[in-house]
Design a protein around this ligand. Structure first.
Ligand code: AMP
Length: 212
C-alpha cells in the first residue's frame, strides 16, 4: 500500500488484513516497537524516525524478508509503509518471486489535508494502534493512553512529506505500468476509501491474475 504519511494506509491496511485473514505488516510499527524495547535495531532507527528520515534500506528489507517467511504470511499479506524506495521495491519483487502478482494501491490525498490529519493524529502509547476520531480518550484495543507520535510534530511532518516526494513518490512510476496497480482517492471518509480499495482489488485481480 503506497501513499504519503497521513494517507490512511495503516487504517485501511488493518481493515484489509482482517477482511482477508492475512497479516498486516507495518514496517513503521515494527520499527517503533524496536525503539520502545531498546533493541539494537531500535537504537539505530530512532534518529532517522525522529528526524523524519528513512531508516536504511538494508535494515528494513531484512525485517520484511524475515516477516514474509513466517507461516502466517504464506497465503498473503498486506504491506503498510513498505516499500518506500526503489531499492526496497526491487528487493520486494525478488522476495515475492513466483508467489503471485503484487497488488499495489496508491492512496492519494492532497498535501494540505495530510498536514491537518497528522496534526490531530494520536496513537496508543501502549500498543501503537491508531486512534480513530471517535476514540479520543483511550485506545479501543487495549485501553492504553493516546499520545502524539514523536514524528508527528509540524516541522518533522514537513520533512516527512519532502522525503516522501523525493524517495517514495517515484514508486508510483515504478509500479504504474503494472495491470495490478490502482490509485485510490484517499480524501474521503474511511468507509468510502475501503469501498474504493475493495473495488480496486477486484479490478486488479481480474486484470492481472493476482490472487484475491
Ligand atoms: P510510518 O509509521 O509508516 O509512517 O513510519 C514511521 C517511520 O518509520 C518513517 O518515517 C521512517 O523513519 C521509518 N520507516 C517505516 N517504514 C520504512 C521503510 N519502508 N523504509 C525506511 N524507513 C521506514
Amino acid at each position: 500500500m503506497l501513499g504519503p504519511p497521513g494517507a490512511g494506509k495503516g487504517t485501511q491496511a488493518e481493515r484489509l488484513a482482517a477482511h482477508h485473514g492475512v497479516p498486516k505488516i507495518s514496517t513503521g510499527d515494527i520499527l517503533r516497537r524496536a525503539v520502545q524495547s531498546g533493541t539494537a535495531l531500535g537504537g539505530s532507527a530512532k534518529q532517522a524516525i525522529d528526524s523524519g528520515n528513512l531508516v536504511n534500506d538494508d535494515a528494513v528489507i531484512c525485517i520484511v524478508r524475515e516477516r514474509l517467511s513466517c507461516a502466517d504470511a504464506r497465503s498473503g499479506f498486506i504491506l503498510d509503509g513498505f516499500p518506500r524506495t526503489v531499492v526496497q521495491a526491487t528487493a520486494l519483487d525478488a522476495m515475492v518471486g513466483t508467489r503471485g502478482a503484487l497488488i499495489v494501491l496508491d492512496i492519494v490525498v492532497p498535501e494540505d489535508v495530510l498536514v491537518q490529519r497528522l496534526a490531530s493524529r494520536r496513537i496508543c502509547g501502549a500498543c501503537g494502534a491508531n486512534a480513530t476520531a471517535d476514540t479520543r480518550q483511550a485506545c479501543l484495543k487495549c485501553g492504553g493512553p493516546l499520545v502524539v507520535r514523536t514524528d508527528d510534530g509540524a516541522e518533522i511532518v514537513r520533512e516527512r512529506l519532502k522525503v516522501y516526494q523525493r524517495q517514495t513518490r517515484p514508486l508510483v512510476e515504478y509500479y504504474s505500468a503494472r495491470p495490478t496497480f490502482r490509485a485510490i482517492d484517499g480524501n474521503q471518509l474511511p468507509d468510502a476509501v475501503t469501498s474504493g480499495i475493495d473495488s480496486a482489488i477486484a479490478a486488479a485481480v481480474a486484470a492481472g491474475g493476482a490472487r484475491p
